[in-house]
Design a protein around this ligand. Sequence first.
Ligand SMILES: [Zn+2]
Ligand SMILES: [Zn+2]
Length: 254
Amino acid sequence: MQRKLPLARPIILLMIISMFLSIQPAKSTSTRTIGVWFWVAADEEWRSWALWTMGYLDWTTLAKLYVEYCVSFYFSDAFRIYFNVETVIAYNSDNSLSVDKDRINDAQSKTGFLSNSEPWNGYIILVAFTGQQITDSSGGLLYGASTAGTEWWRGIVIVNSGMGWTEYTLQHELSHLYAAQDHWDPVLQCVMNIYIIHVGLNFIPIALTTHDWCTDCTNTIMSNRERFGQIGNYGGGGGGKCYPVGNLTGGLTA
Ligand SMILES: [Zn+2]
Ligand SMILES: [Zn+2]
């Protein structure tokens, strides 16, 4: 024998649920997605490294992999910032240069990065992959506009192929563009921690051994997460996983 469910009960339940939903705060800004568009450039040494060391017949595949999957994964996971490669450009770097800033200028002038007029108000980031030695010990170099808030409309990062730590270096340098700072701490697991530790036969910064951000860096990046890119209405990209690109050649030791 079937008991009849009183109709009033589910209706009251629905009313309670809808009341509860209506008093929920509006979706907070920290959970809105942000899509950031990238130009990715690679010099002749890096393209050669992509082919002969990493085994990618098409260097653009590897370059996109680093930005759209490896690094984007961590930024989307922690900050809901999603990276997209809009343009890939091959350039020939000037081998006579010895200062990182000149290498940056070389990349940005040869790619036309600063003179272009792009959609999304030009809030884009250039990642220049180079096979040339970068003086900075981590193998990458931040270059953005000054710290003045209004000038953060273009970001440039140059990253050396190094020893297979590209995804760490890139994450580190991009974090600088969101105002995270280098710091030194013997134990803190943070991609911005440049304290040198002994790993196997290498002395490397902790930054090259973790994809995590410490609490301070997380807060800093979170408060600057709208610095680049387009807010909301963005659902694609990210959310994937970091391809173990270094493992293809056993080059990733950390
Ligand atoms: Zn740094
Ligand atoms: Zn940190």
